[in-house]
Design a protein around this ligand. Sequence first.
Ligand code: HEC
Length: 143
Amino acid sequence: MRSLFLGIAAVAVIAAASAPLTFQAVGQEGSKPKAAAKRPGPPPTSFAEDVFPIFKGRCLDCHQPGGKGYEASGLDLRTYEGLMKGTKFGPMVVPRDPDTSNLMWLLDWRASPDLRMPHGTKQLSICDRTAIRRWIMEGAKNN
Ligand code: HEC
């Protein structure tokens, strides 16, 4: 009687111990394709395709030679090199660090009101600002 009881107890313990394992194995298998599909992630943000068109539409009128923004600050947004050179006071973009990049401060309207960019018009959409922020986080490359 005693050995029969122990036998049942042992079976119960083994069943209880292996049940979660079986579950886990099934669960992992079930989620594998999703995890694999996620791994490549979204494509990197491109300066030419994602960032420059925003500058072209919203900033270039003022930020090229002859424009008010260029004349006041020296920031020439016609090219990647111009953006990375920054203003006559120094760089506006710190690669991988949007939070210390002056550019993001101005675009998020965290600086003084007369330095809100684009000057005198509507703020850039969250979508546009997120693209620029992501591009800086990814290293601010000329891609
Ligand atoms: C209507 C004209 C105008 C537009 C459009 C404009 N800016 Fe400016 N920007 C200026 C002027 C003027 C200054 C100089 C402000 C000052 O020093 O008082 C300036 C200065 C700046 C500076 C330097 C600020 C500093 O600390 O010296 C940055 C960076 C800048 N603009 C970025 C942008 C970006 C990015 C856009 C587009 C999203 C943009 N600007 C659109 C007129 C403009």
